[in-house]
Design a protein around this ligand. Structure first.
Ligand code: NAG
Ligand code: NAG
Length: 530
């Protein structure tokens, strides 16, 4: 049997093992077992590479996974620094045994380690139980669980990739010297297409020059899309059928009805990245816990459809049609209305958390505006809604309770829909109490306002009002503190005066009288001027 050539990693691990045996004679067993396994694995691979061992049948999936798990080095007090200093690239997963998200990530991390190992990627994948080794973890910069950190020549950087095994592999290859995969044969191209659900393909007659350099810069900067390149038009046509050019082409490929999108712009890094950002999502994205962070971070206009999964089946096609029309400008997202975790926070924004009907909504994250399609979503209405959203002429949605009956009330209840009429267009002086059900001191203020309303009862030009800001909105009602008391002078509603909420009813009454007097003087002066 040929003697395996020792790799640098092999030597490093051997040293680590020897050191841990020397210094940890009593408690070395557990920790060094992993390293022994690792070495055994490395040896096994070396042997395979040299044709030393035969595998009569391919290993099962479980075998592959358990093998992959052994490729992850378990860090402890003694081997961490050496692992970091002895390797150009180390990806460390900081976890806690009780943490559910750590537990979910662990098998994907191991699977990624296995794939990277097969690809002969130089990264060392390691994990540390941050609860068992808190000092080491804190020195590494691990503050929560799970944390992923990439050390490059002993300097750490945050992990910015996705959390599936495939996404981890893509991100790590980008950061460890393989931002672009090159395919040189028809077979490699077919294999590549089979293995990747999304990729960005480039055809260059030569792998050099300004266009190519920008392409590589984009591949390196992007965090989630696998780039692939070729110089052969025939191979390019396997990656992306109907490549029109024979010397320069770039396009994105996805596993969905709108599979191919070609790039028509100049080869500049930022434009390429923008193109990928605009086109990386499918026509309609089904929101899940896994992709939600990615979806929320998109800066495009977004149309969200809330429906039961069965009902949405009928709507999928109209929404895909709309998505084609507004491609790269509006993002379309479907949320299962029965999925409380995902749907409720959005429905609450519209005061529709009890709704079971299909809802079509939209968000403009730049302006913070939200929109609601307030009729049945027919294909024509969906298209009009999107078109007006894009033109910026869709009226924003403001939450409002139903209009209440205020007959005989000392204090008017104002809702979003009546704010204009009862406050802004009224000629009276208004004292408005703004409250929410969850604010602790709101009740005290409410009682004060009730006393004041009784005290000022009979004064024609004074109105007391209150609004529940948790279920009512108005563009002119911008309050960040509850409770808030505002005095709106009758003659000018554009600048309400904020009143203290912690004063006694008596002090508030004095203050209101002062404001009323000032307002009366303003009105007298206005009359004199006429
Ligand atoms: C890490 O350091 C080595 C030796 O100094 C150097 O050759 C290599 O380029 C460095 N790696 C990175 C990614 O900077
Ligand atoms: C109302 O008050 C604002 C701010 O003090 C002022 O700019 C505006 O001109 C006033 N409007 C009227 C009609 O007096």
């Amino acid at each position: 049997m040929p003697t395996p050539k020792p790799t640098s990693r092999f030597i490093f691990l051997t040293i680590t093992l020897l050191l841990s045996l020397t210094f940890l004679t009593s408690k070395a067993t557990e920790d060094s077992d992993d390293i022994e396994e690792l070495i055994a694995l490395d040896e096994e691979q070396e042997q395979q590479e040299h044709g030393g061992t035969h595998h009569p049948k391919p290993p099962s999936e479980a075998e592959v996974l358990s093998r992959a798990q052994r490729i992850v080095l378990e860090l402890n007090n003694d081997n961490t620094q050496m692992a970091i200093d002895g390797n150009e690239f180390v990806l460390i997963l900081g976890y806690a045994p009780w943490c559910v998200r750590s537990a979910e990530l662990m098998p994907r991390f191991a699977e990624a380690a296995g794939s990277l190992n097969e690809l002969k990627n130089p990264v060392l994948m390691a994990k540390i139980d941050a609860e068992r080794y808190p000092k080491v973890a804190s020195n590494l910069g691990i503050k929560g669980y799970p944390t992923l950190l990439l050390f490059v020549n002993s300097t750490s950087q945050a992990y910015t990739g996705g959390f599936s095994a495939e996404e981890m592999v893509i991100w790590l290859r980008k950061k460890t010297g393989t931002p672009v995969v090159r395919v040189d044969s028809i077979d490699e191209a077919n294999d590549f297409v089979k293995k990747h659900s999304m990729f960005a393909a480039g055809l260059f007659d030569k792998f050099e020059g300004p266009d190519y350099e920008e392409f590589v810069k984009a591949a390196t900067t992007d965090n989630e899309i696998q780039f692939v390149e070729t110089s052969s038009p025939r191979i390019a046509n396997i990656l992306y059928p109907d490549v029109k050019s024979t010397n320069l082409f770039f396009g994105i490929v996805k596993s969905e009805p709108e599979r191919y999108t070609s790039y028509e712009d100049a080869f500049e890094k930022d434009r390429i990245l923008q193109f990928l950002n605009d086109n990386k999502f499918p026509l309609v994205t089904f929101l899940t816990e896994v992709n939600s962070a990615k979806v929320y971070s998109s800066d495009k206009l977004q149309v969200y459809v809330f429906a039961e999964a069965d009902d949405f089946k009928k709507l999928l096609e109209p929404f895909q049609d709309a998505a084609r029309k507004f491609k790269s400008k509006i993002m379309f997202v479907f949320i299962d209305i029965k999925d409380d975790n995902l749907a409720k926070p959005f429905l609450t924004l519209f005061g529709l958390e009890e709704s079971e009907d299909t809802l079509v909504t939209a968000f403009d994250y730049k302006s913070g505006a939200k929109y609601l399609l307030e009729s049945d979503p027919t294909p024509a209405r969906i298209e009009e809604f999107c078109s007006r959203l894009l033109k910026g002429i869709l009226p924003p949605f403001y939450k409002s309770q139903a209009i209440p009956d205020n007959k005989g009330a000392d204090i008017l209840t104002v809702v979003g829909k009546t704010f204009d009429d009862l406050i802004l267009r009224s000629s009276k002086n208004i004292i408005l109490e703004i409250h929410t059900p969850w604010c602790l001191t709101c009740e005290t203020t409410s009682k004060q306002v009730e006393k004041l309303a009784k005290h000022f009862k009979g004064l024609e030009n004074v109105v007391f009002a209150r609004i529940d800001a948790s279920v009512n909105e108005h563009p002119k009602l911008e309050v960040d503190d509850y409770p808030t008391l505002l005095f709106y002078p009758g003659s000018n509603k554009s600048n309400p005066i904020k009143m203290p909420t912690k004063s006694s009813a008596k002090d508030l009454a004095i203050l209101i009288n002062k404001h009323l007097k000032a307002e009366a003087e303003t009105q007298d002066m206005a009359k004199d001027e006429l």
